[in-house]
Write a protein that binds this ligand. Structure first.
Ligand code: 13P
Length: 256
């Protein structure tokens, strides 16, 4: 039985007072024992203040990226060790906004190097994979997922479900208001789990959470979370308001 995970990816949004207000509201809303792991991922400069704001709180901290080198002449980069020092436990890697945006254009090899670096310092990578609309229309979805997964995990060992989270994020669903249907999500997640089984072995593959991202909202969460291989969500736009995000957490918690 996998414990669901819901992560807020704030991307490059909110300011410090807004983030503090968000944490206060989310803490008040998510009282008692949660049936889900909840993670919030602010931009780099806010990791330390958010770690402080989240003290003695069940919500965990995550980062939106980390560089693969430990230290050195890499202007503008932030290493996995530096991220870990803030208290972050999770790192989003290979997000489509980093794979496809001019100025980043991260390839699978870079994602793989980053993933290894994050794991090597004891944090949990949230590896994002997903097809573009053109790839879906060309019936390439499952091949794209297989490739991104195996390239991202090249040379990586996973012995328990704590060491890895996969996020299925169809690129055409991100920030568009269009979400994958429950059937589309389940097909992709089941495929990813089958591929994971091949790559890391049956037992760890059965434990790894595969979460869905792409216009996830309180209104569509129930249907998506009802799928056997959908183990939570990675929430962008709907995570910016604590009230909306905690509603999603409640839906996920109740569907478990
Ligand atoms: P939206 O929820 O805004 O579609 O973003 C999803 C996402 O990219 C989460 O990482």
């Amino acid at each position: 039985m996998r414990r669901a995970l819901v992560a807020a990816n704030w991307k490059m949004n909110l300011d410090l007072p807004q983030m503090r207000a968000w944490v206060a509201a989310a803490r008040a809303e998510l009282t008692g024992t949660l049936a889900v792991d909840v993670v919030v991922c602010p931009p780099f400069p806010y990791l330390f203040p958010m770690a402080k704001a989240l003290a003695e709180c069940a919500i965990r901290l995550g980062a939106q990226d980390a560089y693969h080198e430990t230290s050195g002449a890499f202007t503008g980069e932030v290493s996995a060790v530096m991220v870990r020092e803030t208290g972050a436990a999770y790192v989003i890697l290979g997000h489509s906004e980093r794979r496809h945006t001019i100025g980043h254009l991260e390839d699978d090899r870079m994602v793989n190097l980053k993933l290894r670096a994050v794991q090597s310092v004891g944090m949990t990578p949230i590896l994002c994979v997903g097809e573009t609309l053109a790839q879906r229309k060309a019936s390439q979805t499952l091949d794209v997922l297989s490739f991104q997964l195996s390239a991202g995990l090249s040379g990586v060992r996973v012995s328990s479900g704590e060491q890895l989270v996969i996020a299925y994020e169809p690129v055409w669903a991100i920030g568009t208001g269009l979400n994958a249907t429950a059937a589309q999500a389940q097909e992709a997640h089941a495929h990813l789990r089958a591929e994971l089984t091949r790559l890391i072995g049956r037992e760890p593959a059965a434990q790894v959470r595969i979460i869905y991202g792409g216009s996830l909202k309180p209104e569509n969460a129930n249907e998506l979370m009802g799928q056997a291989d959908v183990d939570g969500g990675l929430v962008g736009g709907a995570s910016l308001k604590a009230e909306t995000f905690t509603r999603i957490v409640r839906v996920v918690s109740q569907s478990g």
